[in-house]
Design a protein around this ligand. Structure first.
Ligand SMILES: Nc1ccn([C@@H]2O[C@H](COP(=O)(O)O)[C@@H](O)[C@H]2O)c(=O)n1
Length: 599
């Protein structure tokens, strides 16, 4: 781990369900490869992950089983280690490539900006040339401008020890917000392609492995891929590795098909095992077994990693792992990520506090940061931002260069529409939050559906913790008592628990390796706003027009809301606001002026 990381923290643990074929999965790491430096329970880094995978591979070699390592995208945007360098990712790609990954895919964050996808194509894909899979993603090659697959469409391989024949696919959900140098083919089209049909009809396959930046639950993309494979093979085992919604989840598709999703931000290392698979060493037609799937979500806590690899602080580090941790430290120093702008006087939560509240990050933003930042505007203005632009909590203590990117990494600036009739402008925020005269989805339908306003469905903030909470509630209703672990229950009573994930999924409520004290998460609105230079309670009487300033990322939504309100504005009517400053600059600038350290 990093020298400044807090020490590993002990907690009651559940055991790794090791079996014939074992997997480790990361997803949505968003640059947190240095680990969490303010939370001991997630403070292991990518170097530790390399050491950990090494020990599990060794275990597989010793007992004749296998280990495969998977990553399902969104490795970028969200941490200074990636975002603070110029170009972005200058240090991350070398660090990442030191891990042996067997199947790796892109996520939507690899595709928002053309520079990001071009670097993914020219650096990351070659680093993982055998294992990068892009079943429905193409890129215009920056060298010749020709459209070509981002990486191979699928991968077929045999596991090292067991000889299990795996056919791996790699998908991106039907994403529309990508820059125009990439093309995400809708899964509905991909499944009709000849290469796909040929691949899923291959006979000498013991396991179909579908990795993707696609949620494992409530996803038409994975449901369709599942159905397509099942139409071709009624009982060959399938395993899905998902991502995007930032949750821990495990879904049963049928008794020979399960999917896992392994959280976000390097908080979680997902573990899944399968036993009862056929192998290339035997005649598949004669050996019909039933596969058994088990999962465990590991906290990225060195305490967990030592335990599950049967090592200790003195035997855990491998030379490569230690070197990678040192490379991360070196990069963090070069990027001056610990440079402090000021010190937060208390914790501010994104989802762990209700909104509005004194400890809500969104309240801090709409009551203090936005009003202070825009206070010198000469004309009455309404400022709106999507809450999804905020990615992480602020903890009491030093607010560093790193923190600015943890909280808001995006390069989108602010735009302004000048002289918008007040009656309409004052309703935009309500509409975007589903509190206006029409529901958001009906407004989209009126405007011609998702096709004509393609980026709209990606405005919603990642409500991962909330859906996790819902999952938990639903599963508790359905699975009450199904997976009790009494010795652990006793251990819990004896030890004070760390607050953390208490996941409930299709296998019950014992999926987290660490027994946590539950955390309460709150729903937040899609957007928040502030009025500058006028008072809304008395404005209706006299105010004729206002300037409408908004985060560039929600431009399509703002224009759509105004269209619904009878005002036909185009992108060309908008102009840059705040001299091109991004939210990242806004927040660090405000912290520098308002939060002192010490005293
Ligand atoms: N320029 C951007 C890009 C993205 N967002 C927010 O991020 C969300 C997508 O992130 P996931 O980790 O869920 O893939 C997107 O819905 C926006 O809320 C942004 O604000 N600005």
């Amino acid at each position: 781990s990093q020298p400044s990381a807090p020490s590993p923290i002990s907690a009651p643990l559940r055991e790794l369900p090791w079996a014939q074929l074992n997997f480790l999965q990361t997803t949505d790491t968003h640059g947190w490869h240095g680990g969490h430096l303010q939370e001991a329970q997630y403070s292991a880094d990518w170097g530790d992950y390399i050491s950990f995978a090494h020990h599990l591979r060794q275990r597989a070699d010793d007992d004749g089983s296998d280990l495969l390592v998977i990553d399902t995208g969104d490795r970028v945007e969200g941490n200074g280690l990636y975002d603070a360098s110029d170009p972005k990712g200058k240090y991350t790609f070398d660090i990442l490539s030191q891990q042996h990954i067997d199947v790796i895919t892109s996520g939507n964050h690899e595709l928002y900006i053309s520079n990001t996808s071009n670097r993914e194509f020219s650096e990351v894909v070659p680093d993982f040339k055998d294992s990068y899979v892009a079943s429905n993603l193409d890129i215009y090659n920056p060298r010749d401008g020709k459209l070509e697959p981002m990486a191979r469409r699928y991968r077929k391989f045999t596991t090292k020890n067991q000889g299990i024949r795996v056919l791996a696919l790699g998908f991106m959900f039907n994403f529309h917000g990508n820059a125009n140098n990439t093309v995400v083919q809708p899964v509905q089209e991909t499944v009709k392609e000849q290469w796909f049909q040929d691949a899923i009809h291959e006979r000498d396959v013991d396991l179909f492995l579908v990795a993707g930046h696609v949620p494992v639950r409530d996803s038409e993309e994975y449901d369709l891929i599942y159905k397509s494979i099942r139409d071709a093979h009624w009982d060959t085992p399938i395993v899905f590795f998902g991502g995007h919604t930032h949750v821990r989840d495990f879904r049963k598709y049928d008794k020979q098909a399960y999917g896992i999703e392994s959280g976000r931000y390097m908080e979680t290392l997902g573990f899944l095992s399968i036993s009862g698979l056929s192998t290339g060493k035997e005649d598949k037609a004669k050996v019909r077994r039933s596969a058994e799937y088990k999962r465990l979500y590991l906290d990225n806590n060195l305490y967990s990693l030592y335990h599950h690899s049967n090592t200790s602080a003195s035997t855990f580090d491998t030379e490569l792992g230690r070197n990678v941790s040192a490379a991360i430290h070196d990069a963090r120093s070069k990027l001056k990520l610990d440079h402090t702008f000021g010190c937060a006087p208390q914790d501010y939560w994104l989802n762990r506090a209700p909104y509005p509240a004194n400890d809500s990050l969104l309240t801090l933003l709409d009551q203090q940061i936005i009003p202070d930042t825009f206070k010198n505007l000469s004309r009455p203005s309404i400022i709106i931002t999507n809450t999804g632009a905020m990615r992480f909590d602020i903890f009491k203590g030093p607010f560093t260069i790193d923190t600015t990117f943890l909280v808001s990494p995006f390069t989108s600036g602010f735009r302004v529409l000048k002289d918008v009739p007040y009656g309409a402008a004052s309703q935009v925020l309500l509409l975007l939050n589903n509190e206006g005269p029409i529901a958001l989805k009906d407004m989209v339908a009126l405007a011609g559906g998702d096709e004509q306003v393609p980026r709209l469905f990606h405005l919603m903030p990642p409500l991962a913790p909330v859906s996790l909470h819902t999952l938990q509630r639903d599963a508790l209703l359905h699975n009450a008592g199904s997976e009790q672990q009494l010795p652990l229950a006793r251990a819990n009573a004896a030890k004070s628990l760390i607050p953390g994930y208490t996941t409930a999924d299709d296998a019950g409520t014992s999926g987290d390796d660490t027994v946590h004290e539950p955390i309460r998460f709150y729903d937040v609105p899609n957007c928040i706003g502030a009025d500058i230079g006028f008072d809304r309670t008395s404005a209706a009487a006299g105010l004729d027009k206002v300037d409408l300033v908004y985060n560039e990322f929600i431009q399509d939504w703002v224009l759509l809301a105004l269209k619904y309100l009878g005002l036909a504005y185009e992108r060309a009517d908008t102009s840059e606001a705040l001299e091109g400053k991004m939210m990242t600059d806004v927040i660090s600038g405000w912290v520098g002026e308002h939060w002192r350290c010490g005293g």
